[in-house]
Design a protein around this ligand. Structure first.
Ligand code: NAD
Length: 255
């Protein structure tokens, strides 16, 4: 089993459609012991129900990535319980709904700040908190989207946040490589999730993707989970600082 005896923190499970949940299930199947965090009490109820289906039972902790005290508390609890951490999955993004429609040029200062803080800066804060616990090396994984590099209608400030996130992956990979910690991103094709439903015209994105991607289909959660397993396991031990596409090839097409 690829993740036997590994301890990992998975951030970003909101419900059964969450990319983080697909990843959590896959790494648990491969022997990982998990800490699952949930953003707030409301989402916590769902996550607690889902967590019951995993074996071994994950540790559940509340974590709002905007809150530095909660970040410290989560890693302290992981230190107390396990003494170390082997991997971290960051599957978190947010922008106010009004920023995910219309033209990018209308992005408000506050909307920009929130999107970049929650969706990009949080990876840096979490990587810094995780590093002392990754005593035997580690793997950090985040989720990105093509909107980081190309203009996607309505994706707007989230594209700018993902560009910052992908650049952060490279800088963090360089800082943490000396400790045997790898940092990578998966750039996934569109999948219908709670976060995705905040993007205006998302069904059209799905349809366009199905028609134009070389594999002529939408990206499936299981495909993202398998790629995540690769990047979190020793199979990818020579890879760091990369953004790898799981998008049926959509990103290679020009016309
Ligand atoms: P999702 O809604 O299931 O997950 C988003 C998660 O972010 C939720 O669990 C939410 O609680 C969490 N979150 C938001 N603000 C937070 C905060 N302040 N503190 C803690 N958690 C917070 O949707 P998803 O599509 O699974 O999104 C996961 C990641 O995948 C995101 O980074 C998203 O941008 C990325 N992604 C999604 C798609 C897609 O089409 N769904 C494609 C590429 C990348």
């Amino acid at each position: 089993m690829l993740m036997q005896a590994k301890v990992g923190l998975v951030i970003g499970v909101a419900n059964k459609r969450s990319i983080a949940w697909a990843i959590a299930q896959r790494v648990a199947e491969q022997g990982a012991t998990l800490v699952l965090s949930y953003q707030n009490e409301r989402l916590g109820e769902k996550v607690i129900e889902l967590a019951k289906t995993l074996d071994p039972q994950p540790v559940l902790l509340q974590l709002d990535v905007n809150d530095d005290e909660q970040i410290s508390a989560v890693f302290e609890q992981i230190r107390d319980k396990f003494g170390r951490l082997d991997f971290l999955v960051h599957s978190v993004a947010f922008a106010p709904r009004q920023e995910l429609e219309g033209n990018y040029i209308n992005t408000s200062r506050e909307g920009y700040r929130i999107a970049l803080d929650v969706s990009a800066y949080s990876l840096t804060a979490l990587a810094r908190a995780a590093q002392p616990l990754m005593t035997d090396g580690g793997a950090i994984l985040t989720l990105s989207y093509l909107g980081a590099e190309r203009v996607i209608p309505n994706y707007n400030v989230m594209g700018v946040a993902k560009a910052a996130l992908e650049a952060s992956v490279r800088y963090l990979a360089n800082d943490l490589g000396q400790y045997g910690i790898r940092v990578n991103a998966l750039s996934a094709g569109p999948v219908k999730t709670l976060a995705a439903s905040g993007i205006s015209g998302f069904s059209r994105m799905l349809e366009h993707h199905r028609n134009k991607a070389p594999l002529r289909k939408n990206t499936e959660l299981s495909e993202i989970a398998d790629a995540a397993l690769f990047l979190l396991s020793s199979l990818s031990r020579g890879i760091t600082g990369q953004t790898i596409y799981v998008d049926g090839g959509y990103s290679i097409v020009g016309m």
